[in-house]
Design a protein around this ligand. Structure first.
Ligand code: 8YV
Length: 326
């Protein structure tokens, strides 16, 4: 008998076809956003789950779903998983590293450029029919080339952004991370390690690329924003909750920093109402990894993890490999 799996959100039809070759598949192609209780009900009798960032897998769910053996997240971030609870329950967790690195770095760079050069704000102005003449300071923003790029969180995506800045745009790149990169990697990225306060004080453009964890909650709040240059931009492509969105909206209103570009939000898909009313912020709906080839590669890797583990006993990108029996 084939193992049973749940695909918790809509996915590429080709991926469903692949999964159906190996599993009895229940899928959510209507893309209903289930409540935790509905998710538990859907997972009854399932050995595997294909998840996205919007399904919380915690101790309560695991207790109610004793057949579950693996949750394969179609995301590199896995703050929707309580990894300790999954390990304790013997449930394997997998994510999708590497396949989205360059696409996400491209987007981080694009959001930084759009923010620094006020592209969204000026487009709204044009669409509103307000463009009547040229003016010397109309939508004058800040330069990206030759400026100082600060990166908080220097994993794969942070490193890919550093390379774009240092080698493509002649930027001085500084970073802060829990652990310092080795010298060879720093040289390859063209990046120098600094303290968090030096990062805040020196960056012209500060990009957040760190994973969410309770310690990272509000890593950027009013006190941190106050340390930044009044001409600086802040870009968040990491996770909602790393920035205190209310404090950021206040800082943007008061001119504490010049502008922000956000792809992720506290409590998304809701967006803090104050952010919607300030002009100097570019807002996108969590699309940093959203190109068709990359989303396909993410879905393929999540599917391959399910097949690898439930069919062959060998997942590709396990987060808690201690769960896999030797
Ligand atoms: C996903 C992401 O689109 O990979 C991640 O961590 O944030 C995005 O690429 C999102 O999490 C949906 O699963």
């Amino acid at each position: 008998m084939k193992p049973s799996i749940l695909v918790a959100r809509a996915v590429f039809p080709q991926i469903l076809t692949l999964l159906e070759q190996h599993f009895d598949v229940t899928s959510n192609q209507d893309d209903v956003v289930w409540s935790p209780a509905q998710l538990i009900a859907q997972l009854q009798g399932k050995q595997g789950a294909f998840t996205t960032g919007s399904q919380r897998i915690d101790a309560e769910l695991l207790k109610a779903c004793p057949d579950l053996k693996i949750c394969a997240n179609m995301a590199v971030g896995y703050n929707n998983f309580d990894l300790d609870a999954m390990t304790a329950a013997g449930v394997l967790a997998t994510n999708t590293p590497d396949v989205l690195t360059e696409t996400t770095a491209d987007f981080g760079f694009a959001l930084m450029m759009a923010t620094a050069r006020r592209m969204a704000e000026s487009e709204h102005f044009l669409r509103a029919g307000l463009w009547n003449s040229w003016r010397y300071d109309m939508f004058a923003g800040s330069d990206v080339h030759g400026s100082t790029l600060g990166i908080l969180g220097m994993g794969r995506i942070g490193q890919a952004i550093a390379k774009r800045g240092a080698h493509g745009f002649g930027m001085k790149v500084i970073y802060h991370n829990r652990s310092r990169l080795d010298a060879a990697l720093e040289a390859a990225c063209g990046a120098a390690y600094v303290s968090k306060s030096d990062l805040l004080q020196q960056a012209d453009h500060l990009i957040l690329v760190l994973p969410y964890s309770p310690e990272a909650h509000h890593a950027i709040g009013a006190a941190e924003l106050a340390q930044m240059k009044p001409t600086a931009t802040l870009i968040n492509i990491a996770r909602g909750g790393i920035v205190d969105d209310a404090a950021l909206a206040a800082a943007l209103k008061q001119g504490t920093i010049a502008a922000a570009g956000l792809d992720v939000y506290e409590g998304e898909p809701k967006v803090h109402p104050d952010l919607l009313t300030v002009p100097n912020v570019v807002l996108t709906p969590h699309i940093a990894s959203a190109t068709m080839p990359t989303r396909m590669a993410m879905a393929q890797l999540a599917a391959d993890n399910l097949i690898g583990y439930l069919v062959h006993g060998k997942p590709l990108t396990p987060l808690n490999p201690q769960v896999v029996k030797a």
